[in-house]
Design a protein around this ligand. Structure first.
Ligand code: COA
Length: 235
């Protein structure tokens, strides 16, 4: 849980460093099969820490190697679910977009208000939001500063479900599946999002054979024929 309530979970350097190291720690633990990232009822995160940005020079920001932190989040193996309530703005929206899926409660409000500060999104907002919701909505949100309600975000394809506290149920469902297959499936979906159809199809085919070679696949297929629940070990 992001927990910097006084600043509506604004993503300070300190918060981001802690978040990434904690996510990487959880990711290394193979017993953990899904991670849920949430904020408070009032805000998932209200963006980059504006006070910090106002005090920094461009070169200081460049040297802080912020990009590497965002890449580290994208490179996590374990499925990562964003549980979003309240404000999900700027870097907060980019953080949610960096997760594998977003579950929103009805109070969620998504936006990229950077241009009102004279800057632009810098952690993938112009790219990931556009791929998620299309050019028309992305242009509107990024240029006019319009906030999307949870329902609008659902219709636009930014979030997967709008139900309070549903993220935990989704995480449990994910955690019950074959862990090897889940990782491979997540990587394959990312290929659809990040590369061409042909490359994505080739990746999917290879990933299927790899999944097929896992002990999890043997267990899952056998359990079905024996009419019992599978006991996946993640091998
Ligand atoms: N960075 C640093 N502090 C932030 C912040 C941010 N991105 N967003 C909110 N805060 C702080 C406010 O300064 C305020 O602190 P204070 O109590 O010491 O004055 C506190 O969080 C509560 O925010 P406040 O603006 O009083 O709440 P609100 O309910 O009236 O408005 C928002 C909520 C989210 C609409 C408003 O805070 C806002 O517009 N935040 C900036 C969003 C933004 O532009 N994000 C992109 C950053 S690149």
């Amino acid at each position: 849980m992001l927990n910097r309530p006084q600043q509506l979970n604004a993503l300070s350097e300190e918060l981001m460093a802690e978040l990434v190291s904690e996510l990487q720690r959880l990711d290394r633990d193979h017993a953990i099969r899904c991670i849920v990232l949430g904020g408070s009822e009032r805000a998932f995160a209200a963006g980059a820490d504006i006070g910090e940005l106002a005090r920094s020079s461009a070169i200081e920001l460049y040297y802080a190697r912020r990009v590497e932190r965002w890449d580290a989040i994208r490179n996590l193996w374990t499925p990562l679910v964003a549980a979003v309530s309240g404000y999900c703005l700027g870097g907060g929206c980019e953080l949610a977009l960096s997760c594998d899926l977003i579950i929103a409660s009805e109070t969620a409000r998504f936006g990229q208000p950077e241009t009102s500060l004279g800057i632009i999104p810098g952690a993938g907002g112009t790219q990931r939001l556009t791929r998620a919701v299309g050019k028309a909505t992305a242009m509107d949100v990024i240029l006019s500063g319009r906030l999307l309600s949870a329902e609008e975000a659902l219709d636009a394809g930014l979030v997967s479900r709008v139900v309070a506290r549903e993220a935990w149920r989704v995480a449990r469902d994910i955690a019950l599946k074959g862990p090897v297959a889940t990782r491979l499936a997540k990587e394959a979906v990312d290929r659809a999002y990040e590369s061409t159809l042909q490359l994505g199809l080739e990746y999917e085919r290879r990933a299927l054979y790899l999944a097929f070679a896992s002990e999890d696949a043997k267990e899952g297929l056998t359990a079905f024929t024996e009419k019992r629940k599978p006991d996946f070990k993640g091998h």
